[in-house]
Ligand binder design. Structure first.
Ligand code: TYM
Length: 328
């Protein structure tokens, strides 16, 4: 059976980009494959965290994933730090990746160049090796992610192939999968940069838990252009194309299909807002129920970690043996 693995970091608030780029497919496809979904709390540590806040955010994110539709009986939902094999395999991956490869990761380049004098951890640099370990630890075939993670999954592929050729076939070589619409949801106020978690309360970011009125307002005020033609053309019409991606993603169509029938921006915005609200309303209702019982979510995560360990343990053992570490 096909094995699927993906993860999301417990930092900031989950937004529409996360949902359309990744989470919606996690929920839709969890019954089609043997799927593992992970709240990657160790990845959050690349920047300093408030301990109480990190614990709370990790649990809330697991609740939100269940609210989006993950069924902990159908898939394996767990927290990364509960399965120690991730960090152990990460070291093997750090030693398989080259300094040059890690230096070329665009996310590292962006984040490390953000303000002079800002603290840049070593973890921010080696982070893609930990992500490769996350993926390879489960003999993963497919990795459903948004476009911004594609380069990291490519690196996981390269590391799997390099390790296999050096030490004999050990890892399954994974592949990223992207959605038909919404692989790169852009900021509504600045369609040249992607919608992102760090922009809290920003007018260009739609949060999964935003009130319908707020969603309507944000979409109504989305930046478009001076023309009056609805057409999917990311280069020439980034704002309108972003709305079409969102509308398509929310209604299961390509952006080009979503464009059919629109001649004006007003109705496009109104329908996009309505589709997003329709998508988010049931998620928000389920989240409110789950939020009332954090102990139940903690119990489900513990069960998920036990299931994950059963796969991760033998794969890590295989890798350690292949590389020549002395068995105990
Ligand atoms: P993270 O937490 O930043 O994002 C989670 C998922 O959301 C997608 N995404 C987007 N998709 C479309 N438009 C956007 N504006 C947008 N913003 C985010 C991301 O592509 C991702 O799929 N390093 C990863 C987490 C990770 C992981 C893994 C993923 C750690 N280990 C192993 C897959 C497999 C990250 O920081 O995602």
């Amino acid at each position: 059976m096909t094995r699927v693995f993906s993860g999301i970091k417990p930092t900031g608030n989950v937004h529409l980009g996360n949902l359309l780029g990744a989470l919606a497919r996690w929920a839709d496809e969890q019954h089609l494959a043997d799927s593992l979904y992970c709240v990657v709390d160790l990845h959050a540590l690349t920047v300093p965290q408030d301990p109480a806040e990190l614990r709370a955010t990790t649990l809330r994110l697991a609740q939100l994933l269940i609210a989006v539709g993950l069924d902990p009986e159908a898939c394996t939902l767990f927290a990364q730090s509960h399965v120690a094999e991730h960090t152990e395999l990460a070291w093997l991956m750090e030693c398989t990746a080259s300094f040059g490869e890690l230096s070329r990761m665009t996310q590292f380049k962006d984040k490390s160049s953000r303000g002079a004098g800002e603290f840049v951890s070593g973890g921010l640099f080696t982070y893609p090796a930990l992500m490769a370990a996350d993926i390879l630890l489960y003999d993963t075939d497919l990795v459903p992610v948004g476009d911004d993670q594609r380069q990291h999954v490519e690196l996981a592929r390269d590391l799997a192939e390099r390790f296999n050729s050096r030490y004999g076939t050990t890892f399954v070589v994974p592949q990223a999968t992207l959605p038909i619409a919404g692989a790169r949801v852009m900021d509504l106020q600045d369609p040249s940069s992607k919608m992102s978690k760090s922009e809290d309360a920003a007018p260009g970011t739609i949060l999964l838990l935003d009130d319908p009125k707020v969603i309507e307002r944000k979409i109504k005020r989305a930046v478009t252009d001076a023309e009056a033609e609805v057409r999917y053309d990311v280069e020439a019409k980034p704002g309108v194309s972003n709305l079409l991606s969102i509308l398509g993603g929310a209604t299961g169509r390509t952006p080009q299909e979503a464009a059919a029938g629109y001649t004006q921006y007003g109705p496009l915005k109104a329908d996009t807002a309505a589709a997003v609200i329709e998508l988010l309303t049931p998620i928000q209702a389920r989240y409110a129920e789950l939020a009332a019982d954090p102990a139940e979510t903690a119990r489900l995560l513990a069960l998920g970690a036990t299931k994950a360990e059963q796969i991760a343990g033998p794969v890590l053992a295989r890798a350690k043996e292949a590389i020549g570490l002395l068995p105990r």
